[in-house]
Write a protein that binds this ligand. Structure first.
Ligand SMILES: *Cc1c(COP(=O)(O)O)cnc(C)c1O
Length: 478
């Protein structure tokens, strides 16, 4: 087991060790990954890197000694707000990422309604099924009850009628996505805004992934559903810099329609013997690297640069969709409003397709079966993927053909057997242990081929998937 080395290692030796750890990682910047990484090109990347390192040491905890960090944040919030139709009243903050932005919006809404509607003991949040897990995490952390509403089965967008029907006297908050991550479609934000206004509720528009690019698509003449502060009823909005703002990770913005709302986000505490605490966000001490880098990269790329990034990503997405629809056995799940979309296969296991593609150094994400939508493959198209479209499609065609010849269903059958044979009380820990052993994942090993584990997860009821994942992660970090 690792211990702190008795004597510090030399810089050379350490750099070598770092390198030896990194070799197992998938390259982040070469554009063969259709998720996770948004690479703006070498020059913009270096600008971010330099700004990040220059502001690595400052601690945003005490902004009074670092006025630069306040200015970075004010500038970024102003640029973001203006980009999504915010007027002079709109305020906001820089956060560590989409999850923190979404969680803060939920906490702020909760605390706002604690004052306005003190009779509500357990506030309820209405989440269309495609809402990001960050909202479930927020509800879990902050004690809200989730009311999950089915999507419109045809468009896979939030369904305003089911949302309206889900309102109770304890409802405080509705979430809509622009677009939703799984299917890349924008929810009907104007209809949700009207519902929020009719019932005195808070509507959060989660534009984490769409906030930067949708306005550019509109400027390119592409039809984009309304989603921003121009829509009556939108109370708060999240937009990630570290996605389609192409800034280094640890960067997102949460916006509120006016200051009265944001007041409930702030945490101040002076009832202890130490320093005075007043925090906008969840973290305490934090580096100024991400905010400085985001500030630099946004201005380096500029409006014309983002417009061009939007144009290229859109064009690549259309070519990908046409290519995928031209491959036998593949079909699109929904026509996307931006550059994220999902497709599936009726002739091959998508889990095998993913593994086969991985052998060819492509990283693509699986999405498990949910409701009436079967398991599928998710692509997030960003600038660095654009040159790879044809090569990707050629490999996808071959991998789909190959996957169609491969056995599948064995692990799903095993799960069904487990489910049938074990009593509910005895089941959980034991069965997961056995399953992980079967998969060669006992003790937190990381899988090489992922099809077996995905097939198993896919076959489990959604609630049990979470238990299995928790049990596995608890092993990985032991
Ligand atoms: C990515 C994403 C989030 C969460 O953002 P992180 O930066 O990964 O924490 C929330 N909502 C949507 C729609 C997203 O795409």
């Amino acid at each position: 087991m690792m211990r702190i080395p008795a004597k510090g290692l030399g810089k050379e030796a350490l750099l070598e060790k770092l390198h030896s750890y990194a070799v197992a990682d998938v390259p982040s910047l070469d554009g063969r990954m259709w998720a996770y990484v948004y690479h703006p090109g070498q020059e913009a990347y270096e600008v971010g890197q330099q700004a990040y390192m220059q502001f690595l040491a400052p601690n945003v905890l005490d902004f009074t000694v670092y006025p630069s960090t306040v200015q970075f944040e004010r500038d970024l919030v102003a640029m973001a707000a203006a980009h999504v139709g915010g007027d002079e009243q709109v305020v906001g903050n820089f956060t560590s990422g989409g999850t923190e932005s979404c969680m803060l919006a939920v906490k702020t809404a909760r605390d706002y309604f604690r004052v306005r509607r003190p009779e509500i003991h357990t506030p309820e949040i209405i989440l269309p099924e495609s809402a990001h897990p960050a909202f479930h995490k927020a509800a879990h952390y902050f004690g809200l009850k989730v009311i999950s509403t089915p999507l419109d089965p045809r468009s896979l967008r939030a369904d305003p009628d089911t949302v309206r029907a889900a309102i109770t006297p304890c409802t405080i908050l509705i979430v809509g996505s622009a677009p939703s991550y799984p299917y890349g479609v924008v929810d009907p934000i104007p209809a949700l805004g009207q519902i929020a206004l009719d019932h005195g509720l808070w509507l959060h528009c989660d534009a984490c992934v769409g906030g930067f690019m949708l306005p550019y698509l509109r400027r390119l003449g592409i039809a984009v559903p309304d989603f921003d502060f121009g829509v009556p009823g939108v109370t708060s909005l999240s937009m990630d810099l570290h996605k389609y703002g192409y800034t280094p990770k640890g960067a997102s913005i949460v916006l509120y329609r006016h200051r009265e709302l944001r007041k409930h986000q702030i945490f101040a505490f002076s009832r202890w013997p130490g320093y005075t605490v007043v925090n906008n966000t969840m973290q305490g001490s934090k580096t100024a690297g991400p905010v400085a880098a985001a500030w630099a990269v946004v201005q380096f790329i500029g409006d014309d640069g983002y417009l061009e990034l939007a144009r290229r990503s859109y064009e690549a997405t259309q070519r990908l969709i046409a290519g995928i629809e031209g491959i036998d056995g593949l079909r699109l799940i929904a026509r996307p409003d931006m550059f994220l979309f999902a497709f599936t296969s009726d002739t091959a296991s998508i889990f095998h397709i993913i593994d086969e593609m991985r052998e060819r150094h492509w990283v693509i994400q699986p999405q498990l079966a949910f409701g009436t939508v079967k398991e599928n493959i998710h692509l997030t198209v960003s600038a660095s993927n654009v040159p790879w479209v044809d090569a990707f499609l050629a490999d996808l065609r071959q991998c789909t053909e190959r996957a169609a010849t491969m056995e599948s269903g064995r692990y799903a059958a095993m799960v069904h057997e487990f489910l049938a044979s074990l009593s509910p009380s005895a089941w959980v820990e034991d069965a997961f242990g056995q399953m992980l052993e079967t998969l060669g994942l006992k003790g937190g090993a990381l899988p090489r081929r992922t099809a077996p584990i995905n097939e198993m997860l896919n076959a489990l009821p959604a609630g049990l998937r979470d238990l299995a994942l928790t049990s596995y992660l608890n092993d990985v970090f032991s």
